[in-house]
Design a protein around this ligand. Structure first.
Ligand code: CMP
Length: 139
């Protein structure tokens, strides 16, 4: 059975250009409930840990530098079929391929500075939610 939560980060590019409010509006209008949320900033070590699965990829160092370059908004989103539905809402990793009406089509700059993160599986959603939030911070 598909899980009910996914983890999103509104990335430094989107927070810096004041797109946080519009992205949260799009998330709410798509039927997601915000179960946890914080404005925070990843250290280089935290960004390395969060993206450890991409360690061998050529873009890893740039990605870590970008993700630790400024504040982000992390949130746990709740909805039936949350992981898959949220990936539809955000659109393809590369905004050039992202569907009309998707968050990345509207707000992403390029394949790295792509405005939002969304978990890619129920298993990673649970791991990523625990990375950012304790049980006391979830509602
Ligand atoms: P995200 O969904 O957070 O997961 C991994 C991130 O790596 C991705 O969004 C992009 O920000 C980045 N990324 C993925 N592919 C590339 C690429 N080919 N070049 C640069 N950055 C990438």
């Amino acid at each position: 059975m598909a899980g009910r939560i996914t983890l999103t980060m509104i990335k430094p590019d989107a927070v810096a250009k004041n797109a946080t409010g519009d992205i949260l509006r799009m998330i709410n209008e798509a039927g997601f409930r915000i179960a946890a949320m914080k404005l925070t900033k990843l250290s280089k070590e935290q960004a390395e840990q969060f993206y450890a699965v991409h360690r061998e990829r050529p873009f890893y160092n740039d990605l870590v530098a970008f993700m630790s370059s400024g504040p982000i908004v992390a949130a746990i989103l709740e909805k039936d079929n949350a992981v898959e539905d949220f990936r539809k809402l955000i659109g393809a990793t590369n905004p050039a391929d992202a569907a009309e009406g998707s968050i990345r089509r509207k707000h992403a700059e390029n394949i790295e500075r792509n405005a939002v993160h969304g978990s890619d599986s129920d298993e990673n959603a649970a791991i990523e939610a625990a990375f950012h939030f304790s049980q006391l911070e979830r509602f």
